[in-house]
Design a protein around this ligand. Structure first.
Ligand SMILES: *Cc1c(COP(=O)(O)O)cnc(C)c1O
Length: 429
């Protein structure tokens, strides 16, 4: 059989019905533990000499289907699913950093990630230089001898700025470090980032991968392309791990060393494991990923065009509009559509913006994004509230910025809703 295509993998990848139950839907293995075949079998599994179901903190058959399916969709060598997007991001970086190390990251990241890198990591001795990733010279200049990764989002949050993936991958690779991409806002349906040089991709599965807003989850997928042994920057992967009696991850797991170290070292010790039930919920969402995301981007394009010509709207930031500075990059990297989360500003500034928030009826005021239901948010007072005024400006977020996450409702209803809210906002403020 030839390799299957994306939409087929989304429904079938990683799962073969078992010989007893023949279930078409992936069973939920709601169990902590597994019966070992023998004393020797148990010992071999704990020494990582034999694959198998060890204990649900490490592996679970339901979660494993999700991991295999995502790895197949991305074209990677392996994946590890964890309890939230933040857990995935933290593990992806913790896996290759220790106190004294440094990261280079985009200055337009999800607020939670910015906070992790700007506030929590320095307390652990890991510092980050935030850079404008549109400026390749600035990215190069920020890389130091102790830098361990370049970290970006393909579609930035909240302004839908698009990263020049291939160029950034080259900068990282010349410096001997991996490019790690948070692809939550695009998903593999819009761009398979490994094809453009990314080494690791992380997701908040809470968003588009699920689409229903019923489960938190995160996932790290390893391309298997990065050579961790090319320099001495990654001793955690290339030097003996005393907690496994001298095991060396790159020797044991080859090009899947990175993702296996997250599972067997980081999950073992800090345990932000995904529950099998949430893995199942995410699998359910994944089945319709292509259909949903295509509808999301089609709706987003129509709404951006509607807002751009609306007299009550001051500006619109959407890479699908020809006047966007990211239009060309969007055509290159996201030909099916540059995501469905974008920002705009209302004539009359922050107070008129708040009036829009309080007047919408179909758009719902909530913090998540990438759900079937459309949402609207004021980033400066919510998702990006921890940023200082200067950091806010650097991330392109103005006091009046409103962020839309365009859902999959009937687009005529969404447009009518925004229209009535905008008219109220200009007449009443
Ligand atoms: C939501 C989000 C996260 C965090 O994910 P959680 O599942 O909420 O922990 C990380 N990155 C991006 C781009 C997000 O939108």
């Amino acid at each position: 059989m030839t390799a299957l295509n994306f939409d087929t993998i989304a429904l079938h990848g990683g799962y073969t019905p078992d010989a007893e139950a023949h279930a078409t839907s992936v069973p939920i293995y709601q169990t902590t533990s597994y019966v070992y075949d023998s004393a020797e079998d148990a010992a071999e599994q704990f020494a990582l000499d034999k694959p198998g179901q060890l204990y649900t903190r490490f592996t679970n058959p339901t979660t494993e289907v999700l991991e295999k399916r995502l790895a197949e969709l991305e074209g990677g060598v392996g994946a590890v699913a964890v309890a939230s997007g933040m857990a995935a991001i933290n593990y992806a970086l913790e896996n290759i950093t220790v106190a004294g190390d440094h990261l280079v990251a985009a200055n337009t990241l999800y607020g939670g990630t910015h906070n992790l890198l700007a506030t929590a990591y320095p307390r652990r001795g890991v510092t980050t230089t935030f850079v404008d990733i549109d400026d390749l010279a600035a990215v190069k200049a920020a890389i130091q001898p102790n830098t361990k990764a370049l970290y970006i989002e393909l579609i930035g949050n909240p302004n839908s700025n698009i990263a020049d993936l291939s160029a950034l991958a080259e900068v990282a690779h010349v410096a001997g470090i991996p490019l790690i991409v948070d692809n939550t806002f695009a998903t593999a349906y819009l761009n398979q980032v490994f094809d453009f040089g990314a080494d690791i991709v992380v997701y908040s599965a809470t968003k588009f991968l699920s689409g229903h807003g019923a489960a938190l989850g995160g996932i790290v997928v390893d391309s298997g392309h990065f050579d961790w042994t090319q320099n001495d920057k990654f001793p955690g992967l290339t030097e003996p791990d005393e907690s496994y009696h001298g095991l060396v991850y790159t020797e044991k797991f080859g090009n899947a060393a990175y993702v296996n170290r997250i599972r067997y070292y980081l999950l073992r010790d800090s345990g932000a494991t995904l529950s099998p039930f949430n893995a199942w919920l995410i699998l359910l969402g994944l089945e319709t990923l292509s259909l949903r995301v295509q509808r999301h981007v089609d709706n987003a394009q129509k709404i951006a065009e509607f807002l751009a010509q609306h007299p009550a709207v001051a500006w619109v930031n959407y890479a699908g509009l020809p006047d966007s500075p990211y239009y060309e990059l969007a055509q290159t990297y996201l030909p099916k559509g540059p995501g469905s989360i974008f920002t705009f500003g209302v004539v009359g500034g922050a107070s008129a913006g708040r009036k829009v928030l309080d007047s919408v009826q179909v758009f719902t005021h909530f913090a998540s994004s990438g759900e079937g239901k459309s949402s609207i948010l004021h980033p400066a007072s919510t998702s990006h509230a921890q940023l200082s005024p200067a950091e806010l400006l650097a991330s392109g977020t103005r006091p009046e910025t409103l962020r839309l996450s365009v859902g999959i409702e009937d687009v005529a209803d969404l447009i009518a809703d925004l229209d009535q809210a905008l008219q109220l906002a200009v007449t009443e403020s």
